[in-house]
Ligand binder design. Sequence first.
Ligand code: HPA
Length: 273
Amino acid sequence: MTTLRKQIDETLTFIRTKTTMQPSVGIILGTGLGGLVKEIQIETTIDYSEIPHFPISTVESHTGKLIFGTLGGKKVVAMQGRFHYYEGYTLQQVTFPVRVMKFLGVQILLISNAAGGMNPLFSKGDIMIMTDHINMLGDNPLIGPNDEELGPRFPDMSEPYTKELIALAEKIALEQKLRVQKGVYVVMTGPTMETKAEYRFLRWTGADAVGMSTVPEVIVAVHQSMKVLGFSIITDECFPDALKPVSLQEVIAVANAAEPKLTAIMKEVVTRL
Ligand code: HPA
């Protein structure tokens, strides 16, 4: 058995002392997006600090709890707070919870983040459904020995974000009269925000939004044949010729303000899965 499998087993054994729930949906909530948790009828909450092999989130805006419960009639497991590469974790550590989710029974992953908007048609507070991504981390969570029982050596990436789920989210947004954008998310390591020249470059590569998360988790989800739906809240406008300084406070404030829209969409998506 590989070290990774052993760690997953140890984590599962621990979690199974707390709950027997078999969630089919996994949810990862990003910066300022914890509000969906209020909609979950919670069965069990576990602090990350208690869970074997879980890293401990160092970012203040992320609280660090694994939540089991029901949402829209579905059994879900939600990560309130996630891990980032810029915190110093390896991508294997960042994505470990997604490995565990699969073994808990999760087949569909809903994931959200705060991102800078580079598409000039985007505005602060917009919600973007992720249609694709570009990995600019210079690293990949699948580097190293591959455990064939977890997934293939060379995972296909022709459709990391499930088309049917994108269509469902769009339909729901339309019904609820909420404006949504669709676009490509590019991940940078952070923790620095980008320079004007970098935003210009990233826009030129075909990306609509830029952030510091999500892509590693999606790669591991795809490796494990999970379906994925991803959302970005556009928290700042990254137009190189009119760039203003941005602060974390502002990013969190915009994410918090836009959150009810995203919460409404995500809840309805889960209900209709
Ligand atoms: N760049 C990278 N990550 C971000 C940004 C940004 O402009 N805004 C929110 N997260």
